[in-house]
Design a protein around this ligand. Sequence first.
Ligand code: 13P
Length: 396
Amino acid sequence: SFVTFTYPPSLTEKSSEVAMLKTIQGQKNEATTMTHQYPALTAEQKKELQEIAQRIVAPGKGILAADESTGSMGKRLNPIGVENTEENRRRYRQLLFTADERMDSCIGGVIFFHETLYQNTDDGTSFAKLIKDRDIVVGIKVDKGVVPLAGTNGETTTQGLDGLSERCAQYKKDGADFAKWRSVLKISDTTPSELAIFENANVLARYASICQQNGIVPIVEPEILPDGDHDLKRCQYVTEKVLAAVYKALSDHHVYLEGTLLKPNMVTAGHSCPTKYSNEEIAMATVTALRRTVPPAVTGVTFLSGGQSEEEASVNLNAINNCPLAKPWALTFSYGRALQASALSAWRGELSNEKAAAEEFLKRAQANSLAALGKYESAGSGAAAGQSLYVANHAY
Ligand code: 13P
């Protein structure tokens, strides 16, 4: 079955039908033991998790997603004529992580790729220590990428659960206090299927549970891709269904919500939708979808940029924070492309461009920090910042 639209009569069932449903539900509940939860986390563990999550999304702070896999780094470095070697990846990330102190009030967390966690600066300081010493939380991507869900129309699940507990324990020792796992869903006439929604919600919940057992705050990322010509309403509807399934699964797995962050897509129309929507319409659709599905206990929502231009991603985040609805969570950024595109084009692999590249990164970090407070005033989109970063069927 497909999650395509709501059948209209949902609000007008006859009361006899409702009564019958209630009886069936009551019988089901009697057959299941739901009397109490066996304690999953101690009070101290919960306190630690919640404090980590709060530090990451403290007012005016968001996340730098620098966890591009080796393959994705190739897609960033090729266009600027830089060979995708371990040393070039290290030099590029060093330039970001050593940006001056203006970074410290804007960035609460940095997500690393496995390789990055074990790299050092030129003078031999580990990247993890460098970031920690700046009072920024170190994160690590722990999923192992997407694989096909056979029998679906090109849908996927995400792998990486095997050995995850051991890997989390090691990462925690090596300085990581939060993690990321990305699931991907697609909008088309036949997707997302119930299978894809259910499977990805469950795998995200299982990942989150394992992270928390190891003192690591899980970022739960069910990304709905912007590919397609669907309108804003359709994206909002699908986002609501996906998030509702994710929070049901997190509850089923006894995940401690205060010690989690959500990394969703903003609700936008499909990339090839002919209708264009205002930033305020996008903000209203996004906040409405979140309010309907994300419990207030969740500490923060850190949006992905999903191929929006740098400027669009800042302006939309600002509009979201100015949306006139009650918003019980921190609403901030966890951007990859929208924090790095200008920096990459300024760098081009040259030592002499490193300062200018760091300056571009700081510009975006400061813009998004203001947007997270609803105080960003767009100066219009300059050359690089206004350029779309959309890639069809984006892999990370
Ligand atoms: P973008 O901001 O480039 O979409 O990526 C963020 C991310 O970490 C996706 O997993």
